[in-house]
Design a protein around this ligand. Structure first.
Ligand SMILES: *Cc1c(COP(=O)(O)O)cnc(C)c1O
Length: 399
């Protein structure tokens, strides 16, 4: 049987305190102990199943972590207050001062800014590479390299990382492969392709209602326990803890992720094909001519599709802005950053989510001014949406 991440989520059945169909929400920051000895053992990390303090763990956060570990086929997972609150502790747990990271150059702007501007303060350096060029990745490895970091599907250029090959490279040199899977939940299971650690911003598709930020780190029990260690765990000590009420609501939204991903992908595929037919410069990994199409196909869990993200290039920032404003006025979606919402969201990454990346580097990586990034929504009649988008494009002279 092929691995099916949504079956794994479905098989987790929880009961609330009074037999509720949802687990009860834990509403305490601290927990009592019947004996002082157990409290001591818990601090020492020797009391499995005991709760200590909610920055460390809470029942609600453990439920959500367990479901996400099941989805990502890892032994364990820990949830965090945001996606950046997941990425930064992983880096700081794995890398000491003087050590080195290899990262894809096309990544989320916040992650890029952290590596480029913040980590040098701790004397941790990063080489940014074209992750689709394995020779370039291998050439960047030094004796100080601790991790290869990439996004399975990159933001915003939708480059596809060949996780199987990258993991072979990482294993050969005894370094960790860390994958941000935010753009491709369910579609890609990095752990099954050899990744050591999988990260998500839960803010996006997984929660899906644009009402909170959240994050998760999925990995071995040993690594997750290290992150939570009271003496030197980056999650425990940096303190980006998710609130129990939020983890309970994200767990409920996770239950419909498979239906949503299916629809996001179906709608994005339809629009990408139509945009391409109109002659627009369209990037979508589901299209045959996408350079990562075969790699994605080879890695994917079939039924969830190629995801909900696509880009078009309309030639100039001015045209991009006019088109986005008009589409918003016509109720086709929101001119907003972020992704994974039930309505379509669009933004021009060069001047927003990727503005942390200097202009010359944007040009080098192919991030042009006229690029519009779409997170395609759950529209029931996507052909109707297409006809309306096409009218907008004609009106502003993009077509
Ligand atoms: C949004 C995003 C992040 C950061 O997540 P937050 O929840 O905003 O902190 C990291 N990686 C990717 C790919 C993202 O899209």
């Amino acid at each position: 049987m092929k691995y099916n991440p949504s079956d794994k989520i479905q098989d987790l059945q929880y009961f609330g305190e009074f037999g509720g169909v949802n687990p009860s929400i834990s509403d305490s920051s601290t927990y009592t102990f019947l004996s002082a000895k157990t409290m001591f053992d818990t601090f020492e990390g020797n009391a499995e199943g005991c709760y200590l303090y909610s920055r460390h763990s809470s029942p609600s956060n453990l439920y959500l972590g367990e479901a996400l570990a099941a989805m990502e086929a890892t032994e364990a997972a820990t949830v965090t207050a945001s996606g950046m609150g997941a990425i930064t502790p992983v880096i700081l747990q794995l890398c000491d001062t003087g050590e080195h990271i290899i990262s894809s150059r096309t990544i989320y702007g916040g992650t890029y800014a952290f590596m480029k501007n913040f980590l040098p303060k701790l004397n941790i350096s990063t080489s940014f590479v074209n992750i689709t060029k394995l020779e370039e990745v291998e050439a960047a490895i030094t004796p100080k390299t601790k991790m290869i970091f990439c996004e399975a599907v990159s933001n915003p250029l939708l480059e596809i990382a060949n996780l199987r090959e990258l993991s072979k490279l990482a294993k050969k040199h005894n370094i960790q492969l860390v994958v941000d899977n935010t753009f491709s939940p369910l579609s890609i299971t990095p752990q099954k392709l050899g990744a050591d650690i999988t990260i998500h911003s839960l803010t996006k598709f997984i929660n899906g209602s644009s009402d909170t930020v959240g994050g998760v780190i999925c990995g071995s029990s040993e690594f997750i326990n290290q992150l939570r260690n009271v003496n030197d765990g980056a999650c425990m000590l940096l303190g980006a803890t998710m609130d129990s009420f939020r983890s309970a609501s994200i767990l409920k939204n996770l239950r419909t992720l498979h239906i949503r991903m299916h629809k996001h992908s179906e709608n994005a595929m339809y629009l990408a094909e139509k945009f391409h037919e109109l002659g627009l410069k369209t990037v979508y990994p589901g299209l045959q001519h996408h350079p990562g199409h075969e790699t994605f196909k080879e890695m994917m869990n079939d039924e969830y599709g190629f995801g909900g993200m696509l880009t078009i290039d309309v030639g100039s920032l001015e045209k991009a802005n006019t088109l986005m404003e008009l589409m918003q006025e016509r109720n086709l979606g929101y001119l907003a950053v972020s992704l994974g919402f039930y309505k379509t969201l669009f933004s021009a990454p060069g001047s927003s989510t990727s503005s942390e990346i200097p202009e010359e580097e944007q040009i080098e990586m192919g991030l042009s001014d006229g690029l519009i990034r779409f997170s395609i929504g759950l529209d029931n009649h996507i052909h109707r949406t297409f006809e309306r988008m096409k009218s907008c494009m004609e009106e502003v002279g993009v077509l």
